[in-house]
Design a protein around this ligand. Structure first.
Ligand code: ACM
Length: 269
């Protein structure tokens, strides 16, 4: 099936959700695609300084402003979107992403591996690595940013049938974009890393984000890599079913040749 996938890269403004939602809408309105991935914490910005800021930015996954915008876009434009947002449920805060489908369904992933000061604000995600159907029944697995350094995340999603790994990110370390080539290649899945650009300053703290959002093939080829600072949406066409073929050589299958009984550590629970 020919499937149009896209990645959106932009510079959200810290603690300015109205401006960020407006910018995402303006960038997405002219674009046609089947699935588009947006950055981590795209509505709120990233560099929080206290819990009150986190509280003021956190939303209900199904009724918040991020859900409202993307439900409207998904239904009107017949597109699936994955976008990162700060989630609140029962007084707990999560660094989450939502998959919003044209049929009005919303699925949530809560970031499993929190990075640096995120541990001060957010609870580690308890959603696990589930695979969801996006538009057209294409199977997508959601990861967020620092999940990349734990190969178990992408492997679990791929073993559960993900054809595309969506990777909403606010990357600050220099290694992820190259590492994701291996994540795609070893799992024979497409991956879409949507990273943000720009620098955030809050009090004494400052972080610069690395951009270079990318779409990778099931063989780890770079279909597209944006530069460090540009804002915009890039769309390309893929065949998701290529991810169902795990063949490496006529004698090797990346999943069929696995020997999980030998990978188990004595202390693994
Ligand atoms: C990160 O996980 N946002 C680096």
């Amino acid at each position: 099936m020919n499937y149009q996938v896209g990645v959106l890269q932009f510079e959200p403004e810290l603690l300015n959700p109205a401006k960020n939602l407006k910018k995402m809408k303006e960038l997405l309105e002219p674009v046609k695609a089947d699935l588009i991935v947006l950055p981590e914490l795209a509505t709120s910005g990233y560099l929080f300084n206290n819990l009150d800021e986190v509280k003021s930015m956190s939303e209900d996954a199904k009724t918040g402003k991020t859900a409202q915008l993307f439900l409207d876009l998904a239904i009107r434009k017949n597109t699936s979107y994955v976008v990162g947002f700060a989630e609140v449920e029962n007084g707990e805060f999560y660094n989450s992403s939502m998959l919003v489908n044209p049929d009005g369904n919303i699925y949530i992933y809560r970031k499993t591996h929190l990075f640096y000061e995120e541990k001060k604000w957010f609870k580690s995600g308890n959603s696990g690595f589930k695979v969801f159907e996006a538009k057209g029944g294409v199977k997508v697995g959601l990861m967020i940013c620092f999940d990349w350094i734990f190969p178990e995340a992408a492997r679990t999603l791929a073993l559960r049938g993900a054809q595309i790994i969506t990777h909403s990110a606010n990357l600050v370390l220099p290694w992820c974009q190259q590492a994701m080539i291996t994540r795609s290649l070893e799992n024979r899945v497409f991956s879409i890393t949507s990273n943000r650009t720009g620098t955030e300053v809050n009090g004494d703290k400052k972080l610069t984000f690395t951009g270079m959002s990318q779409i990778l093939s099931t063989k780890g080829d770079i279909i597209k890599r944006m530069n460090k600072i540009e804002e915009g949406v890039f769309i390309t066409e893929i065949l998701p079913e290529q991810a169902d073929d795990k063949t490496v050589t006529e004698f090797n299958d990346a999943f069929g040749d696995r020997r999980p009984q030998l990978y188990k550590l004595r202390n693994d629970k």
